[in-house]
Design a protein around this ligand. Sequence first.
Ligand SMILES: CC(C)(COP(=O)(O)OP(=O)(O)OC[C@H]1O[C@@H](n2cnc3c(N)ncnc32)[C@H](O)[C@@H]1OP(=O)(O)O)[C@@H](O)C(=O)NCCC(=O)NCCS
Length: 179
Amino acid sequence: MKSPQIKSPNYTIRPFEKEDALLWQKWDTDPEIQAHMPELRNEAQDISTQYEYIEECENDEDGYYWSIETRDRTTIGIVSLFEIDPHHKTVDLGIVIGDKEYWGKGVATEVVNTIKEYAFNTLGIARISAEVEEDNLPMKKVFEKTGFEQDGVFRNARAKNGKRINVLHFGICNTKQRL
Ligand SMILES: CC(C)(COP(=O)(O)OP(=O)(O)OC[C@H]1O[C@@H](n2cnc3c(N)ncnc32)[C@H](O)[C@@H]1OP(=O)(O)O)[C@@H](O)C(=O)NCCC(=O)NCCS
């Protein structure tokens, strides 16, 4: 699906560009960034694999994938709406702020709010879901600040650093979307 460019108050949320792949190679191998992702990567993916991924995202009929850019065109993260179910009008949301200089400055909160409004008001989505590891405190905070509520716990859902950890399920419903 072609992802449209969207502006939040301070950031531009734009479709992927080839140059983004170089940043992902850095972000994919940063242990701090990867700490709460489903898979812990140890090495960067081959650049041609990354280019293929960009193409797959562009052709994915069930998702939207964006990079997050500052107004001076520094690329600082990615955000996606994926596994859109057109019948049930549901979707999953994922976000990574890869440039750690920007952590704790409200970027994810602003971007999640903007993408949430896009999903509800433009796509007519009825429910957005997201998963977050129990000890990912910043992400839990972002969901709380953007109106998501925790509606479940997948106990022992992942193996991390030699122990099993819980994954929390968050969701937010569009009260204007009745069906
Ligand atoms: C999680 C992530 C997206 C948050 O992005 P961000 O732009 O830093 O988030 P925000 O600044 O909007 O909000 C973070 C909040 O968490 C708080 N926070 C940060 N560290 C915290 C901690 N250890 N304990 C509790 N709260 C914490 C911040 O103070 C802030 O809350 P505040 O605005 O009330 O002060 C970013 O850290 C990231 O990309 N991490 C790596 C990838 C990842 O985990 N993605 C999510 C996978 S589900």
